[in-house]
Design a protein around this ligand. Structure first.
Ligand code: SF4
Length: 473
């Protein structure tokens, strides 16, 4: 669907807005309360987190190599995938080798990024989601609306209806009953599976281990019950030490859900060993690049790879809160999505989502690893119209500004930097503005502008206001 139409559809969905409003304010409040009560020096911790990620990213090739060596020594098989197709093919080939027709899935945004479910479906293999939110959206065939809470746009009554329709059970609305329905549905599935798939929160180079965080136990089931466990790991998930991962974990969980710790912490160091009672007989880790190396090569935008996927930038974004994740049409929505989706999937295709930002800067203020999101969104906009750094980056084919735009901005720059001209312009707008109002619907540019904005009112005292000069660094 055309972007403008999609956004306006979401804006007009009052139920969606109500659900998002409730969920986002709950997530914000829980985070704020926990940080205030439990964390003496949250800002200091954020700075530590930033340094941990910057250190890892600045030595990424070395740490990836160390991770591969250690993990291989531990008996984990490492695969390298340069793009989505390679990653999907590796998993598909593994499934074929083991005659697997269904794969049990824990939550993984990397698998969403490579459109794993669709790839397998086309080849006759079914991926069964096990995370509660993912089950809900899989039943209604929708992509995740949020990177942490995939079905946050649905309330419990709507979830009850979905379960009634697709799982043929009584309609419930109590969260405990809804959980019980999902549990019964999944227990049947868990018995039959040979292969489980998961994401990775942190890959620890010194240990050759992966760390998965979750709240429902489905991740542990997906990684221990089947004979084969495959984990998809974006290369930016590498950290050097276990202590580094602990710092990031301490930042991630309060930011994501307002909890101090997740219910389950799965640290996987090897396949099942002789004498172990459970665990997979094979563990495979796919190290996924998919344009991450391109992002890393740019000194400014590489900071986006510090993201630990907590989702708090979405929870605090005034635009996301109004339209939800589907309006972005990309795997990664919200402020971090605006920075990485155009870089991963192409700015030609996803450049429009850079407009879903008011540049208020809340995202940068709350990001636990201090990614300057608002600044990067602004700079990417600038890249998109060919006024950015000028370096060859991100495969961007720049949109040349129109001549009318160039002239418009030149006139604006003159007015904004010349006090007498600015005052004269305000005087004219104040005088002639009311006459322009009825004609706004005739001129295409004014029509678009005024369709969802009030016609500007000029303060009667503008003549007496002092115009201060503002100097930017
Ligand atoms: S950019 Fe920051 S706030 Fe947003 S998801 Fe990533 S770590 Fe969280």
């Amino acid at each position: 669907m055309e972007a403008r139409k999609l956004i306006s559809e979401k804006l007009n969905d009052s139920q969606l807005r109500q659900n998002l409003d409730f969920a986002m304010s709950l997530l914000q409040t829980n985070r704020k309360k926990l940080i205030k009560e439990r964390y003496g020096d949250w800002e200091g911790l954020r700075e530590e987190g930033r340094k941990v990620k910057q250190n890892a990213l600045s030595r990424l090739p070395e740490l990836l190599q160390r991770f591969e060596e250690k993990a291989t020594q531990n008996g984990i098989r490492i695969h390298w995938a340069s793009d989505a197709n390679e990653a999907n093919k590796i998993i598909y080939d593994l499934a074929k080798q083991h005659n697997v027709t269904k794969i049990l899935k824990g939550k993984s945004m990397a698998s969403e990024e490579i459109h794993f479910n669709a790839y397998l479906k086309e080849r006759g293999i079914k991926a069964i989601e096990t995370d509660l939110g993912e089950i809900i959206i899989q039943l209604i065939d929708e992509p995740p609306v949020h990177i942490v809470v995939p079905a946050v746009h649905k309330n419990r009554y709507e979830i009850g209806e979905i379960f009634e329709k697709h799982l043929h059970v009584k309609r419930f609305s109590d969260p405990q009953d809804l959980n019980a329905v999902a549990r019964t549905h999944l227990r049947k599935e868990f018995k039959e599976f040979k292969m489980g798939l998961s994401g990775v929160n942190f890959a620890i180079a010194n240990e050759g281990a992966i760390w998965l965080l979750e709240n429902e136990g489905n991740g542990r089931m997906s990684t221990t019950v089947p004979d084969i466990h495959v984990a998809i790991c974006g290369i930016e998930k590498i950290v050097e030490t276990f202590d580094d991962a602990v710092i990031l974990d301490t930042l991630l969980i309060p930011s994501a859900t307002g909890q101090g710790i997740t219910c389950y912490n799965n640290i996987i160091t090897s396949p099942r060993k002789d004498g172990d009672l459970d665990g997979p007989r094979e563990v495979h880790v796919i190290l996924l690049d998919h344009h991450r190396s391109d992002i890393l090569s740019h000194k400014h935008y590489s900071k986006a790879l510090s993201c630990i996927r907590c989702g708090t930038c979405m929870n605090h974004c005034p635009v996301y809160e109004k339209v939800g994740g589907h309006a972005y049409g990309a795997t990664y929505p919200g402020p971090i999505g605006e920075v990485i989706s155009p870089q991963i999937f192409g700015i030609d295709k996803y450049g429009y989502i850079l407009n879903l930002c008011s540049l208020c800067g809340r995202c940068s203020e709350v990001c636990p690893v201090k990614i300057p999101l608002a600044e990067m969104i602004r700079d990417l906009r600038s890249e998109k119209v060919g006024q950015g750094s000028g370096e060859e980056i991100l495969g961007i084919s720049r949109v040349k500004p129109k001549v009318s735009e160039k002239i418009g901005f030149k006139i604006f720059a003159f007015l904004a930097s010349t006090p007498w001209a600015w005052k004269l312009m305000l005087w004219k707008v104040r005088l002639l503005g009311p006459l322009g109002k009825p004609f706004a619907s005739i001129f295409p540019m004014l029509k678009q502008w005024t369709s969802c904005r009030a016609y500007p009112q000029i303060d009667a005292n503008f003549q007496s206001q002092k115009l201060e000069g503002v100097i930017y660094e």
